[in-house]
Design a protein around this ligand. Sequence first.
Ligand code: FAD
Ligand code: MLT
Ligand code: ZN
Length: 459
Amino acid sequence: MAARSVDLPSAFLADVDAACGPGGLITDPALTAGQGIDWTGRFRAAPPVVARPNSVEAVAAVVVAASVHGVALVPQGGNTGLVGGSVPLDGEVVVDLRRMDAITDLDLLGGQATAGAGVTIAGLQAAARSIGWAYGVDWAARDTATVGGSVATDAGGLRFVRHGGTRRQLLGVEAVLGSGEVVRHLPGVEKDNTGYDLAALLCGSEGTLGVITAARVRFVAPSGPLATALVALDDVDHAVLAASQLRRSAAGLEAVELMLAAGLDLVCHSTGAARPFAAPVPVVLLIEVSDPADPVGALAASVGGLGGVLDSVVASDGLRRAQLWRYREDHTEVIGRLGPPHKFDVTLPAPELATFVTDAPRIVASVAPHAATWCFGHAADGNVHVNVTGLPPDDDAVADAVFAEVAARGGSISAEHGIGRAKRRWIHLARSPGDLAAMRAVKRALDPHGICNPAVLLP
Ligand code: FAD
Ligand code: MLT
Ligand code: ZN
């Protein structure tokens, strides 16, 4: 996707420099090139100017300077987003939040903490563990993705079936709105219905309303002893049935993840991992359960009731379980090695999921016969990641075809990655004209100068 460069007023740069202090304004292209390219490599901007504030006051000063000088901003955390939302393609200034990485006010009794926007998900998970709790959201980019980015995208992840997504963990936020106003509500209480839920509003706003500087999150009880299985099934219909059956019957269900033969083969080929089953299998579910007494027995009982099972491998020790998880988590990485993928992160109503997954390669091939289609995802959430490789970066025909099909089946064009730049053209398929008008009104109220990630989310 093409980039545009913009000359920034020197007075603006001086204001940012003063606000962010030593090392807080980076203009050297050699140092900022990576921050202009998204994780997939599909969205590539010229090396940006990067502001690195380390306090909420500094963020507020950057936002005020931007509104005075008419400069657009793109907040950025770990730059692991998958819809091009963190990339300054139109010459925006990147506001890098990673210096705001303090975890404070850990509450052992209540199971809560306040995390700066730049804290990584792995850092937050470790902090929760240190006081005997767990953070309920997890995904493969945990070491790089940040709390700010995860709140801005309402990230879902691998444990959604157990604990829900980021929004469900959120008790409050601190943020600098596009108006320059600071909102700060970081309550130490679980129940709090004192008016508009600004945290929920900012969650999923993708940097379009302001810059999130901290979040108050709730922790969950740590899982008991775990058992993990790869279960080979004869078709996607059985996989979808299995996910539903497990949700109803497996009390300690932690995860149900979908893989198909092609993706599994690619992971094995690309990483050198051993094939998990002796014979080729069409569909695999990764199923994880916890049980205080006998996790392997609980898993066996759950899997025993499923139809269409061809084979299975089970692990309960940490190392072997991690090896089984690698088959699923490595999908993103190995697909990316084939060239920048187009990523369609969609959810389908449960009755539509199996046919959609089965039809997806045909839908893609109808408009891009030479492209390759890879499907995997979060089976229990109805969330499938349709990845397409072998397309030019600006191809829209496949998105037209895939999103039209998703909309026709009553699904959503974004389950957990957000709209970003990649899906902005198609948001009308997921939200009504009334919804979009209300969103624009919110945007005008909180970001009156239109400086917060203006090329993202809303058309
Ligand atoms: P960035 O990429 O830097 O930014 C993402 C968006 O948030 C941008 O629009 C940006 O402007 C905005 N933003 C960032 N920080 C702030 C802030 N402080 N204030 C306001 N706006 C901000 N997602 C899932 O939901 N589930 C998964 O299972 C999952 N797996 C992944 C696996 C891999 C290997 C990778 C690379 C990504 C995966 N993701 C997944 C994508 C996920 O969206 C991101 O990892 C994460 O949510 C973004 O965090 P980040 O800090 O990298 O944000
Ligand atoms: C995942 O579930 O692995 C992610 O959301 C990343 C992806 O879609 O590639
Ligand atoms: Zn995902």
